[in-house]
Design a protein around this ligand. Structure first.
Ligand code: NAG
Ligand code: NAG
Ligand code: NAG
Ligand code: NAG
Ligand code: NAG
Ligand code: NAG
Length: 550
């Protein structure tokens, strides 16, 4: 699945081409074209859904307001003579291929993973007569609009491109292109999540994995279980209400993003003890290192029928808040010592005559049955298949996190895979230890650069007969050391790296990708996302001149 060499050569030749992720098929010329002052986007679709109208309005707003100067010395002011004489583009015509269903972007984005249509074709003639964008779904049209927006620069009051004619036909290599945010270790207001969803949509991400709760805080108000947030959130102002959830999933859906909620169980649940001490083993036990990988310890009493029932009902209620067909029940880092030292769990195991593994199986089957009854397909962390002996439906999605080397073992068990390996995709690594009196390095040192994640090969060590099991992957932000203050800077533009791997396919050259990633970061800043610089501005404006042998 290597990118065609020609395509990379083109991207290098023109340099300024700011497309990210790179389309799978791309031809560009070298004629300038500007947007006519009355440029407009027409929709040739009867009863076009309103979220397509909103997407078009956003595109028009970006074309007007991005005001991004080309990343060359002078920022494109030297282009003005050429641009004056260039043709003008008056319209972009959007249409669906004959026979395509007319559904909202939101509905298309929430179809089961692997069944969504994201392909599109975009043609921009050099004479500016009419540009066309066609797709088989409104979601495909959204992806094409996103590409269209990245083609234009501004100088001397003109919005223009130097590379027409443009001919693109594009579709993703993998359907799951995600970003995971932990909102338990530190809280993020709805506006931060929405800004993140915007940036995700600009790079054609399809999946927001929301790790909403963990041991430290429970910021989700769940109908029927409101005590969990009222006693377990950091503050009443640090709670996502059902209305907030509706706002977030609607915002995501309109931007082509499905929201997979995760309630991590049975571990990573200490804070539930604030409202329900009866359901939590080893709550805040000391020393925490014996009972958990990070403080505070506390896990659901998985052998207790009452706790199993409570968890199943809780997960079902959360499931009803989210329209996605995917939902994660977590399952990482289960600490057995916590249960060995918990008298209630030992009594429950004795009464049922089960081992802890057998009790975990019952717990998992019960909780998964509860979310399946709400129409969800479960997702779990890798330990549930690699370290435990639980019965999982063969459609369960398994998230690989501990190491990229574990993906092959998951595939060998015939489970669908989402790659999120800490050795490539953890955005929090390399910031030092956060445990109070320890000056060690972070456990997943070093810092994962964008170049590192860019080298990821989704099919490494996976046999051809299991290749279809790979759904894609995600970059992840665990937030022990992150908050609204550094959200943009720790995520962007780094998290765009994997999205190119999973959209365009692996094997891209980071040297030729760098100018495009600069372009993306600059455009993100124009739109209010504080993506960090990748190099001194001097280098960003002089492609290749800061390479080692330049
Ligand atoms: C849409 O689907 C048809 C087949 O139904 C296919 O030929 C076409 O290439 C698809 N893509 C676009 C962008 O129209
Ligand atoms: C939990 O117990 C309640 C009361 O007995 C029952 O109504 C509910 O169906 C149970 N939930 C599950 C998931 O078994
Ligand atoms: C795993 O569980 C199954 C079904 O309960 C059982 O037959 C098997 O012996 C267990 N294997 C191990 C290694 O515990
Ligand atoms: C699960 O197994 C059933 C029955 O063997 C099969 O039809 C289905 O395709 C499998 N699903 C997946 C996702 O492998
Ligand atoms: C693939 O396997 C080789 C040899 O076992 C190993 O060195 C490499 O790290 C593996 N790669 C991934 C991504 O798992
Ligand atoms: C990446 O592209 C650069 C510039 O064209 C080239 O010098 C280098 O050899 C390429 N690297 C690989 C690994 O192909």
């Amino acid at each position: 699945m290597k990118l065609p060499a020609l395509l990379l050569a083109l991207a290098h030749l023109h340099g300024v081409l700011g497309l990210w992720p790179l389309p799978r098929s791309l031809q560009t010329g070298s004629s300038a074209l500007k947007l006519a002052s009355n440029f407009d986007i027409h929709v040739n679709i009867a009863h076009a859904p309103s979220d397509l109208g909103s997407a078009i309005a956003r595109t028009k707003s970006f074309l007007k307001n991005d005001k991004l100067g080309r990343l060359v010395v002078g920022r494109g002011t030297l282009d003005s003579n050429v641009v004056q004489r260039a043709g003008s583009l008056r319209t972009l015509e959007l249409s669906l291929a004959p026979g395509s269903p007319v559904r909202s972007i939101t509905d298309e984005a929430r179809l089961p993973i692997g069944t969504r249509s994201e392909e599109y074709a975009l043609h921009i003639p050099a004479d500016g007569f009419t540009a066309t964008l066609t797709a088989n779904s409104t979601l495909g049209l959204l992806r094409g609009l996103t590409t269209f927006e990245q083609l234009w620069y501004e100088a001397s009051g003109q919005v223009y491109t130097m590379e027409t004619p443009v001919s693109i036909s594009d579709s993703p290599a993998y359907p799951f292109r995600g970003f995971m945010l932990d909102t338990s270790r530190n809280f993020f207001p709805v506006s931060d999540i929405q800004r993140t969803l915007d940036a995700m949509s600009w790079v054609k991400m399809s999946q927001f994995h929301w790790h909403v709760t963990d041991s430290q805080s429970f910021p989700l108000e769940v109908p029927g279980f409101t005590e969990l947030a009222s006693k377990g959130a950091y503050a009443s102002s640090m709670v996502y209400s059902p209305q907030d959830v509706q706002d977030i999933v609607a915002y995501a859906g309109a931007r082509g993003i499905d929201v997979m909620i995760e309630i991590d169980t049975p571990g990573h649940t200490a804070i539930i003890s604030a409202a329900h001490p009866e359901h939590i083993a080893c709550a805040e036990a000391s020393p925490w290192t014996t009972f958990a990988n990070e403080p505070p310890p506390g896990q659901l009493r998985l052998a207790s029928p009452a706790t199993t029932n409570f968890t199943a009902d809780l997960l079902a209620s959360v499931a009803r808040m989210f329209p996605s067909s995917l939902m994660s029940t977590g399952g990482d880092e289960l600490n057995t010592e916590c249960y060995v030292q918990d008298p209630e769990t030992q009594a429950d195991l004795k009464a049922s005559g089960r081992t802890l593994e057998q009790a975990l199986d019952v717990f998992t089957r019960t909780t998964h049955a509860a979310i399946r009854a709400e129409g969800k397909t479960p997702a779990v962390w890798e330990e549930m298949v690699l370290e435990h002996n639980v019965t999982l439906g063969n459609d369960t999605v398994v998230m690989v996190w501990i190491s990229s080397a574990n993906a092959a073992a998951v595939a060998a068990k015939n489970f669908r895979i989402v790659h999120g390996p800490s050795d490539f995709f953890y955005l929090d690594c390399g910031a030092g230890e956060w445990v109070g009196d320890d000056v060690a390095n972070s456990w997943c040192d070093p810092f994962k650069t964008w170049q590192k994640s860019y080298t990821f090969d989704p099919q490494a060590n996976i046999s051809a007969s299991q290749a279809h099991l790979v759904l894609g992957g995600e970059q992840l932000l665990w937030t022990e050391q992150s908050g609204p203050e550094n959200l943009d800077s720790i995520v962007w533009p780094r998290a765009a790296s994997s999205t190119e791997v999973f959209w365009s396919g692996p094997g891209g050259n980071s040297t030729t990708a760098l100018p495009r990633l600069h372009d993306l970061a600059f455009r993100m800043r124009q739109r209010g996302v504080k993506a960090i610089p990748l190099q001194p501005l001097w280098c960003a404006l002089r492609e290749g001149q800061c390479n080692i042998n330049s």
